[in-house]
Write a protein that binds this ligand. Structure first.
Ligand SMILES: Cc1cc2nc3c(=O)[nH]c(=O)nc-3n(C[C@H](O)[C@H](O)[C@H](O)COP(=O)(O)O)c2cc1C
Length: 192
């Protein structure tokens, strides 16, 4: 399935170490000819870290997509009633956002986008990046794996010796994961 002309939401949360790869994938999506609406969580819109300045990431997202990022819950809400997106990916998805999503909490622009989009019975893809995937968040991953319209970019352990509970998505599989999810399929193998 071609992504050309598809309306794709890309919601960024505060796993800043992944941003270099995330922006490479964003560029690839833009090159495919998709309309890309980015959405920033409060953390992703405000935290400056050793991985870069928040404002620079917001600017870069607008440069790549040509569309102003959504930065507030009020801006993200119309995704539901106006059915703005064919698919939404949370890229990257922190442990924080994953846990809230699994428990029906909607207190950031990204979670508002997810809730609004899911109400339309359309696919939501998650690009996991969290140090507690095999710990505190395992139960939430289990809940989401078993939830209607939710898919995962295949993921695996990134540093079993130093971070035994950490798991991270293979962001380079974004495009095939989007294509599969749009067809109602989970890209396999999911753990790799
Ligand atoms: C430099 C830095 C790197 C971080 N990396 C991660 C990460 O990879 N995964 C994660 O789950 N949280 C990470 N965090 C913590 C989240 O940013 C924090 O939980 C925040 O509340 C997430 O909010 P959000 O999910 O609404 O974006 C990091 C924080 C900082 C400051």
């Amino acid at each position: 399935m071609s992504l050309k002309g598809k309306h794709i939401g890309v919601a960024l949360t505060g796993s800043f170490c992944t941003y270099e790869k995330v922006f490479q994938e964003l560029q690839k999506l833009a090159d495919e000819g998709a309309y890309i609406q980015t959405i920033f969580s409060n953390a992703s819109a405000s935290i400056d870290s050793r991985f870069g300045e928040a404002n620079d990431f917001v600017k870069k997202a607008e440069e790549i997509t040509g569309i102003k990022p959504m930065m507030t819950i009020a801006e993200a809400e119309p995704i539901g009633p106006k059915a703005l997106l064919d698919i939404l990916v949370i890229l990257p998805c922190t442990g924080n956002t994953l846990a809230k999503l699994a428990n029906g909490i909607t207190d950031s622009p990204v979670l508002m986008a997810a809730k609004a989009h899911l109400r339309n019975n359309r696919p939501l893809l998650l690009s996991l990046s969290t140090n507690d995937a095999l710990g505190m968040n395992m139960k939430n991953i289990g809940l989401l794996l078993n939830s209607k319209n939710i898919y995962f970019i295949p993921f695996g352990q990134d540093n079993p010796e130093k971070k035994p509970n950490s798991m991270i998505a293979h962001t380079e599989l974004l495009i095939p994961s989007l294509e599969s999810a749009l067809e109602g399929q989970q890209l396999q193998p999911i753990i790799c």
